[in-house]
Design a protein around this ligand. Structure first.
Ligand code: GDP
Ligand code: MN
Length: 376
């Protein structure tokens, strides 16, 4: 479960990590009131469970409450990576002399906690990581001993050569480690941790993921789950009983059965592209499910090709084809569509599609290869 920034920063603070004063707000009036109480310069921050808000225009500095109100008007209601912004966080702005990156996660190969640090944190961390990977440092912690003082000190010294600042950073690292163990997190990320020109340390962004399997022993965190946000398309899918997960690639997939959906994603990667989503229309066949699936996939601007992959069993191929026909009766699909049908009523299905000028194959690898070509 991913926490919102305003929830994550409360946890950081309870583990002794300094965060600038702030308040969550859902309306322009609340933003203005919060900015008044905080007084002076503030930052208005979109609350969505995803990163890259700054680059998307979801983080804005304001010199006073009036300006905070103006920028909040732009931010509230905007969409960031598929999430609608219903809430913002208003924080006291701090002056930044330097931004650091610190992440703490469970590393799968080592099977233990690993810190990731970088002296050049902030919004361009992905670029630093890809252009100068040597600037990203990794530090394993042996969970039997926990974080030892010499470890937090050497990590901190690596981040800052100023002993006063390094001492404060070491305390942040120790707090993060305690938080990970006690709250069962799979990720604690502070990007950026900053120091001010006066030498004070502040965590000005916080990302925390709680291990879902441990939620049963965290009552307060579990209560937050009820409020968990879904993307607009995830909501559509949930209403129609489809399992849908949005991903970052360009091949939109409509598949029946979770196993086949996974295999389809693997094959897309094998041929050199990335899936735009996981979507399982389920076992029982109904043309409406195919219509909803197409609505969801086609509303995703990243999709450059739609791939339908059906292995007919209980799901009948002609039902799927009828769904495609129903969708196309009132709407257009702007991108190429590649269809693979095999199994129950395959012939009938292919016949219907042929009538629409949509050829279908019964070979999965052929279909996936063609879909990958369309997006390359
Ligand atoms: P993200 O883009 O979703 O990671 O959002 P962040 O909370 O990390 O904010 C993005 C960037 O906004 C930071 O890297 C800072 O450069 C800037 N920023 C955020 N808060 C402040 C602040 O209080 N003062 C200043 N000067 N810049 C800030
Ligand atoms: Mn950030």
């Amino acid at each position: 479960m991913k926490l919102y920034e305003h929830q994550a920063r409360k946890l950081l603070s309870s583990y002794g990590i300094p965060v600038p004063a702030g308040e969550a707000a859902g309306t322009i009036q609340e933003v203005q009131a919060a900015a008044r109480r905080l007084s002076g310069r503030v930052v208005v921050k979109a609350q969505v469970p995803t990163g890259g808000r700054g680059k998307a225009g979801g983080i804005k500095l304001a010199k006073d409450a009036e300006e905070a109100e103006r920028v909040a008007k732009d931010i509230l209601g905007m969409e960031i990576k598929g999430y609608r912004v219903n809430e913002v966080l208003v924080t006291r702005a701090v002056d930044i002399a330097r931004e650091y990156y610190i992440g703490l996660l469970i590393e799968r190969e080592f099977k233990g906690p690993m810190f990731i640090t970088c002296r050049e944190g902030g919004m361009d961390i992905e670029e630093v990581a890809s252009k100068s990977p040597e600037k990203i440092r990794k530090w394993m912690v042996d969970p039997r001993y926990g974080i030892l003082p010499f470890q937090s000190r050497s990590m901190a010294d690596h981040l800052s050569s100023d002993p006063g600042i390094a001492r404060q950073i070491a305390r942040v690292l120790e707090g993060m480690y305690r938080l990970m163990i006690e709250e069962d997190t799979s990720l604690v990320e502070i990007n950026p941790l900053i120091h001010t020109p006066a030498g004070e340390i502040w965590a000005i962004d916080a990302k925390i993921t709680i291990d879902d399997n441990a939620l049963y022993r965290h009552k307060e965190l579990r209560a937050l789950r009820e409020k968990e946000d879904l993307t607009i398309t995830e909501k559509m899918a949930r209403e129609k009983d489809l399992s849908y997960v949005k991903l970052d690639g360009r091949v939109g997939c409509i598949v029946n059965g979770a196993g086949l959906a996974m295999a389809t994603m693997d094959l897309i990667k094998h041929y050199g592209a990335e899936p735009a989503n996981f979507l399982d229309i389920g076992g029982s066949s109904s043309p409406e499910k195919v219509v909803t699936a197409l609505e969801i996939i086609c509303s995703d601007n990243a999709v450059r090709c739609v791939l339908i992959n059906i292995f007919g069993g209980i799901t009948r191929c002609d039902d799927v084809a009828i769904g495609v026909r129903e969708y196309l009766a009132s709407r257009k699909i702007e991108v190429p569509i590649v269809i693979r049908l095999t199994g129950t009523n395959e012939k009938e299905g292919i016949e219907i599609l042929r009538g629409l000028g949509l050829p279908a194959t019964n070979s999965m690898s052929e279909a996936v290869e063609k879909a990958v070509e369309c997006v390359s």
